[in-house]
Design a protein around this ligand. Structure first.
Ligand code: EPU
Length: 293
């Protein structure tokens, strides 16, 4: 059986996934598909569904660890320009799931639309950010989301209005297989003022986070009313190294990796951190990082 007959131009076999994630780690995907339009995407989803093939959706790989064995199924990459379109009508911005948060921020700032500044420094895609309600100290993407366009695992497309979506801390109730796009309602403001805020937030992050090293953002969610970074730091784990993976000296909730690191090094370090924080503070750290293995 040829699962993707007729779609060969968008399918690669045994494609290494390391170049597609921020850790630059992990094995290959058995099938790696980059649809160029909605029709191709729908066909791929339908065929996988009919043939009971596991599908994973790849955004910009910024909150992702791919295991060394890779993925024995289909990885759909949503970053073709078709899925990254951004349009503005009044105070409403519609962004494709594959658009980068960084570009979205710039487009909104230039158009004098404020709100997205809280997402400065988040290197992900719109789809990934909406799915986990990405954000930080200054707010999260859910707070100005107006509606989200989705596709389920049978290829059916539908739209969920804001009222139907629960945006919690680094989680949502979006269960659909795919996020296609999202609409955001923003507030008009002076583009220069927005630009200044972006610079300020960027500086704050640069001081406190290891922006220039290979990492995948915060590894753990903050436990209720606590800071995962502070707990890991107080447990004395800053700088702890296992193979090529190390707890960042700058921010303890980041794992940074060096040449020669494997995904297995990162996984072992995650286990160590969890065990030690549990033993020391009786707190069970929950992963924010998505792991494919
Ligand atoms: N802290 C330490 N040691 C450390 C790190 C932090 O003592 O090694 C202390 C800080 O001094 C501060 C507190 O912990 O008092 C909180 O730290 P920070 O302000 O850096 O914020 P955070 O809660 O660790 C959150 C998000 C980040 C986001 C920042 C800034 C989570 C898990 N993390 O970090 O998001 O960039 O706020 O808005 O919610 C991400 O989600 O990947 C991410 C990086």
């Amino acid at each position: 059986m040829n699962l993707f007959a007729g779609l060969e131009e968008i399918v690669k076999f045994d494609e290494p996934l390391a170049p597609y994630n921020w850790f630059k780690l992990g094995g290959p995907a058995r099938y790696f598909v980059t649809p160029r339009n909605l029709d191709q995407l729908k066909q791929v989803i339908e065929r996988c569904n009919e043939n009971h093939v596991d599908v994973k959706i790849l955004g910009r790989g910024s909150n992702l660890l791919v295991g060394d064995e890779g993925v024995d199924g289909v990885v759909i990459r949503m970053t073709d320009k078709y899925f990254g379109q951004i349009s503005i009508e009044g105070n409403t911005v519609c962004a494709g799931a594959g658009a980068s948060i960084n570009r979205l921020l710039q487009v909104c700032a230039r158009a004098g639309l404020s709100g997205m500044e809280c997402l400065v420094g988040i290197p992900g895609s719109v789809g990934g950010a909406v799915k986990i309600n990405a954000g930080g100290r200054f707010g999260d993407i859910g707070s100005f989301s107006h509606s989200v366009s989705l596709m389920d695992s049978s290829g059916y497309q539908f739209v969920r209005p804001r009222e139907d979506i629960y945006f919690g801390y680094r989680e949502t109730n979006i269960m659909a297989k795919l996020i296609l796009s999202a609409e955001f309602t923003l507030t008009p403001d002076d583009p220069e003022a927005i630009g200044r805020t972006i610079k300020e937030v960027w500086m704050l992050k640069k001081i406190s986070q290891p922006m220039s090293s290979r990492n995948a953002g915060c590894v753990f969610k903050n436990p209720r009313a606590l800071s995962a970074g502070a707990l890991i730091d107080q447990a004395g784990l800053k700088g702890l190294r296992l193979g090529g993976a190390q707890v960042s000296e700058r921010h303890a909730n980041f794992i940074v990796v060096s040449d020669g690191a494997t995904a297995s090094d990162v996984l072992k370090l995650i286990d160590q951190i969890r065990q030690q924080v549990q033993r020391r503070f009786d707190v069970e750290l929950e992963l924010e990082l998505e792991i494919w293995r």
